[in-house]
Design a protein around this ligand. Structure first.
Ligand code: F0G
Length: 425
């Protein structure tokens, strides 16, 4: 992406050999102009035919056009709901809020959209072992897709603070799991080095084929909005793979004329893991990795590998970056959960950040907003129970749903249920 050097798609490579920069999958715009249109993608909606039944491969021409259909590794992923929610919109201060729930993917997070691209590429390359470092969701997804494709999955976990649901998934799906005494950022360095030595394929978001899959979130949102462009896309930022992929996808949709303008993008970070936010505040003149600490363990990342691509996305979309506290994250999560939608803590950055951006006047009440929910509520059940039982250190739950204890008598139950409790919005 920096120096313009080109490499063939069947070369195993994660960084430019000339300048060390990140790699993009480069599409042939002439081919896309000739083959891609709204009718083609609309006609594939609801099909049973693989791989076009996937919410990633429905857009195959824009993702990985010449890969043979029979080697695509798909569960199928995507096709996630876009919820319009009036109560959460009112809470955030906008008239129209849609939430795109990527927790509805096969393994419960948006990572499946990237993993279908990455594991398919492992097959193209004929590699039998795939690996990642992860705060949890990438490993759950890698483990599932590797198992499905008959490959060995290898996952490096930081030694503390992995949400149990994610750890359980990786073990259940049969990955070789290693808890390493290091944080996510160090684990990512280690996985890259060991993979080089042992001939293992790295499936973190430095892998550009992952980001091709993830950009389908933007294409699907816009298709679900009948090809109308919202004013804002709000997304949590950790390793910044999604933000990078979204900018690229939107730019390509614009280039081939499927949309006539770009939405603005807002990236929300936890204030304890906010290197992009800090850099944004300096007008991107400075960038310093941070030591990350947040209740939203999925985004506990201090040195995001996709920093440069995320900055590019922000420039393309006239985007902004906001930060939110753990308290704000957990309260916003409780509200999303209470709508019957639910999400994991990192996802709730979206709603918490949106409210802050409306209050500061950056997002206007009449602008249409799409917020991305990145992971399923059950990924981190401990966070739910701890919040509602006031066990989270430093957090005072504003929307706690107290669990009652009762003797097994009608009288005791009536004492609890007789008078309906006032339910907050
Ligand atoms: N939300 C969830 C639920 C995540 O799992 C992640 C990243 C993010 C948001 C941030 O997305 O990295 O594209 O900016 N989880 C990675 C993992 C790092 O290892 O599972 P990003």
């Amino acid at each position: 992406m920096d120096c313009g050097e080109q490499y063939p798609v069947d070369k195993i490579i994660y960084a430019c050999e000339k300048c060390g920069g990140l790699l993009d999958v480069q599409h042939d715009t002439d081919y896309l102009n000739k083959t891609v249109n709204k009718a083609l993608f609309d006609q594939r909606l609801g099909t049973f035919e693989a791989p076009y039944n996937s919410g990633v491969w429905r857009y195959k021409e824009m993702i990985y056009p010449d890969v043979p259909n029979d080697i695509v590794v798909s569960r199928p992923e995507g096709n996630t709901n876009l919820y319009r929610n009036a109560k959460l919109a009112a809470w955030a201060g906008v008239e129209t809020l849609y939430l795109k729930h990527e927790g509805e993917n096969p393994t419960g997070s948006f990572k499946d959209r990237g993993m279908t691209g990455g594991v398919t590429q492992a097959r193209v390359l004929g590699i039998e072992r795939v690996a990642c470092a992860s705060t949890g969701n990438t490993s759950a997804s890698l483990a599932a897709y590797a198992a499905w494709a008959g490959l060995e999955g290898i996952v490096f976990f930081q030694n503390k603070q992995i949400a149990l649901g994610k750890l359980a998934q990786a073990i259940a799906y049969g990955a070789t799991g290693i808890q390493v005494d290091a944080d996510f950022d160090r684990n990512l360095e280690l996985v890259r080095e060991i993979a080089d030595r042992l001939g293992i394929y790295v499936l973190n978001s430095i892998n550009p084929f992952r980001l091709e899959g993830q950009k389908s979130i933007m294409i699907e949102v816009i298709q679900q909005l009948r090809w109308q462009v919202p004013d804002w896309i709000v997304v949590p930022g950790g390793n910044l793979g999604n933000s990078s992929a979204f900018g690229k996808g939107l730019h390509e949709l614009y280039d081939i004329g499927l949309i006539d303008r770009l939405p603005r993008m807002a990236i929300i970070q936890a204030d304890g893991a906010n290197p992009l936010y800090r850099s944004y505040k300096s007008g991107f003149r400075e960038y310093e990795p941070v030591h990350a600490e947040t209740v939203a363990t999925a985004i506990k990342i201090g040195n995001p590998v996709n920093y440069k691509k995320a900055v590019r996305s922000l420039k393309w979309t006239d985007g902004v970056v906001e930060e939110v506290s753990d308290q704000e994250i957990m309260d916003a999560k409780a509200l999303i959960d209470r709508q019957g939608i639910g999400c994991e803590p990192a996802s709730a950055c979206t709603l918490a950040g949106l409210q802050k951006l409306v209050r500061s006047g950056i997002i206007k009440p009449r602008e249409t907003v799409v917020g991305i929910l990145t992971g399923h509520v059950l990924k981190d059940a401990d966070a739910v129970i701890d919040y509602h039982s006031n066990q989270l250190e430093g957090i005072h739950p504003q929307y706690a749903n107290k669990l009652h204890q009762s003797e097994a008598t009608i009288e005791a139950l009536s004492a609890i249920l007789g008078v309906p409790e006032a339910t907050p919005a």
